[in-house]
Structures are given as C-alpha cells and as structure tokens.
Write a protein that binds this ligand. Structure first.
Ligand SMILES: *Cc1c(COP(=O)(O)O)cnc(C)c1O
Length: 386
C-alpha cells in the first residue's frame, strides 16, 4: 500500500515519545566543529580507564572465544559479587549496563495503569523506560537539589509499583544519608519496590553514606543498581547489575534477557572488582579536579552545583545549547541540561587536570563580554592560549 505509515500502528504512548539522540563519534564531530581533538566531559566516564587488572584481561582475550556464547547469567561474576558483599549469587542479576536492568524491573512489576515515582531532575532513563512502556512516571520536584522523600510518598497510590532514588543523585550530587534512607524504607517496606541507583557510590567517601547492599537483608523491597561504567571505566563494554532479596530477584529474573552481557564484559568486570587502588586513584583525581573547578569558576563568577560523584553542574549566563556549540569548536564536549529541566546549565565530568584546564580556558573564552575580559586579566602573563 502506497500511503501506509507505521504511525497508524503506534500506541498513543509511543506517538508522544521522542527518541533520544546520542552524540556522534569523535571523528564526525571533529569534522563538524573543526576541532582537532575532543575532551568528552559529557558522560561521566573515568579518565583513568579500567583498572589495570581489567586492562590485562582485555589484552589477553583470545579471539576464538568470540565464537562462543557468554555465560547466560554471568555465573562467575555473580559468585564474585556474592562473596564481595556477603550475599548469595541468586541475589544478583547482571545486565547490558545498568540501563538494561532498569527495564527488567519495570517490566516485571508494571502493567497498564500502573505508575512509578521518581524525581523531576535525575537520571532520566527510569522515566523514559516507564513512559515508552506505557506506564505513568510521576516526577516529584527536587527539594534543595535533593530527592524529596515526603513529596514522593505523597504521590503514591494503589497503582504505584516502584519508587526510584538515585543516590548520590545525577546530576546534582546530593545524597540521602543512612537515617533518611532507612526511614524511607521503613515507610515503603511491604508496599512498593524501592530502587536505589548507586551508579556513583564508589566515588563517595562520606561516613553517613548508606551502602544499599548492607540494607537488603533488612528490607526485602529494596533493589540496588550498580554499574561498571563509571568508577570501573568499562562503559564501552556495557555491564551493570541489580541486587535484592531472593524474593524480589526471583521475580525480576523472569523478564531478564539472558546472553545480553558479553564474555569480555563479564571477564573484565570480574577483574575490576578486586582493584581498590583504582578507586583511590580515581577519587584523588576527582577531588583535585573539583578543587580546581571550584576555584576557577568562583573566579569566573559562575554558580556551581557540586556534591558527590565525578561531575558538577554549572549555571551559565547564556543558553546551554549555544555554549555547547561554542565549546565543541574548542574541542570540549559537555552535557547540556535544558532537556533535564535545568535550563542554561551544563554538567561537566571531572577528568584529568589537562582536560579541566582546557575546559576552563574554553569556557572563559565563550562567556559573554565582561566575564571573558576579567578572566583574561587573571591569566598569568605569557600563558598560552590554544
Ligand atoms: C550512567 C548511569 C547509569 C547507567 O549506566 P550503564 O552504563 O547503563 O551501566 C545508571 N544510573 C545512573 C544514575 C547513571 O549516571
């Protein structure tokens, strides 16, 4: 049929949904913006790469193994996780990135008419997966940049299935301490599933930060998400996991896609878990990067939203999309935040010092008028400008 369009077949919730467009590869972007290198400060990756032991596994991988299906349920990795956290291997489900386990949980618990609850300004994939699956996402405004526990509870009803908390929050860096999280779990246990996304927990060294793994025995409704993409530097291999009580994990397993996690990712993740030195080196880099940015952005007079995690948000006196294009021409890629309901904000990954310096220099150059000249006078005489 000539006038056939797939649109006619679409459910309403898909008609309304817009696809997410990821960034182009570096080589394409360099052509597009006319720059000769790109610092990717948009995805919160680890500039130090994977831990040395994982790098060795990657170098030693024998090509013949590519012909063999991986372990369908990441057997050895689950055993290792069980040992590390003092739990049972059956309490873990490994996915193709934490992104995939988000959909496992939503598919397992939600049906038409159900809702999930999360914040309006947080990692957007919980909201997106719910919406393109036809479920309502109730978005509760952050309070002082943090998840609002009372606000979230007030939004629950008899069709609520899952509450998602990002701890620490991407992009604001705020976190719930142990008391606050336990209090929330006390109020939800026996009623709804609570997901605590700990994608950035390895970056946090605060005494009162609660590690969800330790609370699972106490709260059978708690599901914890972790990823190897951020601290462990394996974003390109796509591997993350969830953990929970036997009861919850046994039902989520029904919607879990087996063989979705490749052999290389499983082996590299296994090796990465042992390297605590890597965590310390990365935390040191992030600490130094944050101190440097705090000083430089104060000098530039730009408000900074900075907490836990390997990222900061910056409020600009200009449009974030315009700033993005101007920074790209100078070889620096940041994340625009208008789409995440923070208009005129950018999020920047804390990386090595060279990238941080290039970023600050580029930012100073693109700021409207007055500020740019102010930074120019602060740069030491003879400093080179790229
Ligand atoms: C990056 C990120 C994830 C997803 O990580 P994967 O690469 O899919 O493992 C999940 N949650 C948050 C908050 C993140 O920032």
């Amino acid at each position: 049929m000539k006038d056939w369009s797939p649109e006619k077949l679409l459910p309403d919730h898909i008609k309304k949904f817009e696809a997410y467009i990821p960034s182009k590869p570096d080589a394409e972007l360099m052509k597009l913006y006319g720059c000769s290198r790109i610092h990717r400060l948009n995805n919160n990756e680890n500039a130090l790469g994977p831990p040395p032991a994982a790098q060795e596994v990657l170098r030693d991988f024998s090509p013949e193994n590519a012909a063999i299906y991986p372990s369908g349920d990441a057997f050895y990795l689950r055993c290792k996780l069980a040992e590390k956290f003092g739990m049972s291997p059956e309490q873990f489900l490994v996915g193709n990135g934490a992104n995939e386990v988000i959909s496992f949980v939503i598919k397992a618990f939600c049906e038409q008419g159900d809702n999930i609850i999360t914040a309006d300004k947080t990692f957007a994939v919980y909201e997106w997966v719910a919406q393109f699956s036809g479920f309502e996402a109730r978005l509760v405004p952050l309070k002082d940049y943090a998840f609002d526990d009372q606000g979230m509870l007030a939004q629950t009803d008899e069709r609520t299935k899952i509450l998602f908390i990002c701890n620490p929050n991407n992009p604001t860096g705020t976190y719930w301490n142990r008391d606050k999280l336990c209090n929330f779990l006390d109020k939800t246990v026996g009623r709804w599933v609570v997901v605590v996304d700990e994608a950035y927990c390895e970056f946090v060294d605060k005494e009162d930060f609660p590690h969800g793994m330790a609370l699972i025995a106490q709260y059978p409704n708690l599901v914890v998400f972790r990823t190897f993409s951020k601290m462990y530097g394996l974003a390109g291999l796509r591997i993350g996991y969830l953990a929970g009580s036997r009861e919850v994990v046994d039902v989520v397993r029904r919607t879990c896609v087996v063989y979705s996690v490749n052999t290389l990712a499983q082996q590299a993740a296994l090796a990465a878990l042992d390297d605590d030195g890597h965590i310390l080196r990365t935390r040191k880099m992030v600490k130094e990067g944050k101190e440097y940015l705090r000083a430089e952005l104060t000098r530039l007079g730009l408000p900074l939203i900075m907490g836990e995690g390997n990222y900061v948000m910056i409020k600009l006196p200009m449009s974030d999309t315009l700033a993005y294009r101007k920074l790209m021409k100078k070889g620096v890629m940041v994340r625009t935040m208008t789409g995440f309901r923070f208009p005129n904000h950018i999020r920047v990954t804390i990386s090595g010092m060279e990238a941080m310096k290039d970023f600050v220099e580029a930012l100073a150059e693109i700021l409207p008028g007055r500020r740019a000249s102010r930074i120019a006078t602060l740069r030491p005489a003879g400093a080179q400008s790229r």
